[in-house]
Design a protein around this ligand. Structure first.
Ligand code: G
Ligand code: G
Ligand code: NA
Ligand code: MN
Length: 253
């Protein structure tokens, strides 16, 4: 209860902040996108990571407001970068509540119009567990988003409860290979088999593929050799505040 009251205050006082983690093309390291990741800049406790407060946020009414704030804020930031000539896809994690209440496609349209961000530069990240609550409404919502030109990435692929049939059912644009398969990647391991399989599946279904949690050059090289186009992870950059991200990745030549 204490945390909930604090979270309400945090939202009102503007203590939430989006950090951005770079996503690159493995062939040449070109920056292709940035995933928005929420942080709580607490006046006393400093930066608090989402694992600490998002479970509470997502199971309370404040969840809808935070989710709306994330969408609006990420689109605005993306719009600013796009105006400066950056061709970045902004990845936004969706919360479960965004499917249960309201009209997600309409909210996205408003956020795009308000920010000037091109639909092609927005990619919504959904986890398998969000898709589990599937109904025709979710599929229809995805279709409307796709019709706008917005991308939909299947986050943490392979770690949830959804079956492969979800790949056929939902109109996705990208698979995100979960970090748990990437961390200890080495030739001949089960992880390597899972990763190769995911890459083949993505080709077959004409989906983009990105591997998360890349921490070493050896892992990046192996993934590239396996045919994985894109990567994300500490090797390329940690999630950074906007000024840090701009300094590290968008500084004028
Ligand atoms: O950034 P970090 O690795 O600490 O994030 C931990 C978890 O919090 C991840 O699973 C991530 O998907 C989730 N998360 C981070 N930012 C957001 C957000 O803006 N919205 C939602 N719904 N989840 C987020
Ligand atoms: O659930 P989701 O995939 O959205 O979570 C992404 C989270 O993973 C981010 O919070 C980010 O901090 C974390 N992360 C991103 N890259 C790496 C990495 O290379 N290594 C580790 N250990 N964590 C990472
Ligand atoms: Na994500
Ligand atoms: Mn993920």
């Amino acid at each position: 209860r204490l945390l909930l009251a604090e979270l309400d205050r945090a939202l009102v006082q503007g203590e939430f902040e989006l950090f951005y983690q770079p996503q690159v093309r493995l062939a040449d390291g070109l920056l292709i996108g940035a995933e928005a990741l929420i942080r709580w800049r607490h006046p006393v406790r400093g930066i608090i990571s989402p694992g600490v407060f998002m479970p509470t946020v997502n199971t309370n009414v404040i969840g809808e407001k935070v989710a709306a704030w994330v969408l609006t804020t990420a689109c605005r930031q993306g719009g600013i970068w796009e105006e400066r000539g950056q061709k970045l896809k902004i990845g936004v994690n969706l919360s479960p509540s965004q499917f249960k209440t309201g009209d997600l496609a309409a909210s996205v349209m408003v956020a795009l119009a308000d920010s000037g961000l091109s639909p092609e530069h927005l990619e919504l990240e959904v986890t398998e567990n969000i898709l589990l609550d599937d109904d025709d409404r979710t599929i229809e919502t995805f279709q409307r988003l796709r019709n706008l030109g917005v991308g939909i990435a299947f986050d943490d692929f392979g770690t949830g409860y959804a079956s492969l049939s979800y790949l056929k059912k939902f109109p996705l644009t990208r698979l995100k290979i979960d970090q748990s398969f990437v961390r200890a990647l080495a030739p001949g391991t089960v992880d390597a088999g899972i990763v190769e399989y995911t890459i083949r599946l993505s080709r077959l279904m004409q989906l983009d593929v990105i591997a998360e949690g890349i921490e070493t050059q050896a892992t990046a090289d192996l993934l590239h050799a396996m045919g994985c186009e894109n990567g994300q992870g500490y090797l390329f950059g940690r999630p950074l505040s906007v000024p840090e991200f701009e300094h590290a990745f968008l500084a004028a030549a």
